[in-house]
Design a protein around this ligand. Structure first.
Ligand code: SAH
Length: 184
């Protein structure tokens, strides 16, 4: 986290705000935030559960600012191993610019409904979802490699759950508190 310049993902904010341990809303609709860059300590707990290894091929659902994708690329050691999907075209365009300014041009940002994952680049060693959902989508399970790990924030539980894929099934491997905007 020290090596990824968070302020480049939050243009227009003061440095103090960009580096505070707080979430920052990125886009509003009807008085509600529909995108936000997550709180660093919450991301850290989720990344610890994700257990990215050097060279891991990773899918992120919910690009937002692109900040977490940059953290994932840093952990994998190779930006071209990270694929991220964002439903909002404008946010995806901005995320590409942020990633480029921070030196992560090779992260693949796609526009689409992340509920379908991104089958073209599957299987993934790691999948991280950064918007809440009632339960993991079957498409994510299918696109996760055997023995791969997935971290998903569950809307009702207010926690992120880590899973490992054993055969065709997910086994739960831990939780951490997590509050996220719901998937659209
Ligand atoms: N990881 C981001 C924070 C994501 S906030 C960061 O580091 O900044 C959640 C994001 O998920 C929002 O940008 C929202 O637009 C996006 N989103 C919501 N529903 C989605 C869907 N169905 N597919 C893909 N992205 C979605």
């Amino acid at each position: 986290m020290r090596s990824v310049p968070r302020h480049l993902f939050l243009p227009g904010l003061t440095l103090a705000s960009a580096y505070a341990d707080e979430a920052v809303a990125l886009k509003w609709r009807g008085g509600r935030a529909i995108s936000s860059i997550s709180q660093p300590s919450m991301i850290a707990a989720m990344l610890e559960m994700l257990d990215v290894q050097p060279g891991s091929h990773i899918l992120e659902i919910g690009t937002g600012s692109g900040y977490n994708a940059a953290l994932l690329a840093t952990l994998a050691g190779e930006s071209e191993r990270v694929v991220t999907v964002e439903i909002d075209d404008q946010l995806a365009t901005e995320a590409r610019a942020h990633l480029s300014s921070a030196g992560f041009d090779m992260v693949e940002v796609h526009v689409g409904d992340g509920r379908a994952g991104w089958p073209a680049r599957a299987p993934y060693d790691r999948i991280i979802v950064t918007a809440s959902t009632p339960s993991p989508e079957q498409s994510w399970v299918e696109q996760l490699a055997v023995a791969g790990r997935m971290v998903v924030p569950l809307a009702r539980e207010l926690q992120a759950v880590a899973y490992v894929k054993i055969g065709d099934e997910l086994e739960q491997r831990g939780t951490s508190p997590a509050l996220f905007i719901p998937l659209r």
